[in-house]
Design a protein around this ligand. Sequence first.
Ligand SMILES: C[S@@+](CC[C@H](N)C(=O)[O-])C[C@H]1O[C@@H](n2cnc3c(N)ncnc32)[C@H](O)[C@@H]1O
Length: 236
Amino acid sequence: MGDYTNMSSYYDVIMTSGYYDYAQIVDDLTRHGPFTNILEIGCGTGLILEEFGRRHSSARITGIDLTEAMLQLARKRLAKFPTITLATQNVVELSLTENYDAAFSYGGVWYFVIDGDKEPFMVSHISGEADNLIGLKKLADRITSGGTLLLGIQGPHFNYEKPISNGMTYAQEVAPHDYGFTKHYYLIDEGRKVMAQTIDYRTYSWERTLGMLGDLGFTFIPQSGDAGKFLAFRKA
Ligand SMILES: C[S@@+](CC[C@H](N)C(=O)[O-])C[C@H]1O[C@@H](n2cnc3c(N)ncnc32)[C@H](O)[C@@H]1O
């Protein structure tokens, strides 16, 4: 279930070789604020939280992730930020006690893919149907009334390989199946595979996503102009 242990020691170099634009992600998070108590679900090695903490030194932030190897890197990176707390947690078994005025996930547990003019669809790192409903409910219970849920937007996934900044080659292969797709991630160094990771993703149509989130009290908040890096939902 969404375990990033195999990729963890290469995660930062892959992501900062153009996979994600962290400055832009934090620009867009900031645009949706201000928030005072924020939760990131699937914070990984803390790259977003580092950029966010640098810009917003007074906001209280909690990052959770189920992959301990990713969190170990996040703990080192974020030690200098006294307002950031990290916890090893699977969102399906979320056991936080605080409430948050904003929760977000970028490439984390849940995110949207938007392919041109087509309707967005939601991608989940959680492959089981029942577990998704449990995780979304546990998350919803921690967001205050009037609070905001921000789920990241990505482009469509496709097969490719490209060199990254450490001289290795990053490759990914996507194989659709009946409830979503499987994605294989590889890192190749001088013809030798040094990292391989496979994640089984479940996908949800836009209509189904609105239904699931609507049942939990969330309404979609359309943005004027370019949606940027996140779709926003407001909790009743
Ligand atoms: C692609 S990484 C994104 C990390 C970070 N948000 C970033 O932008 O760099 C996805 C992260 O989600 C975490 N994850 C996947 N499923 C999860 C779950 N059920 N509960 C908590 N974290 C999860 C993985 O361990 C991984 O660190």
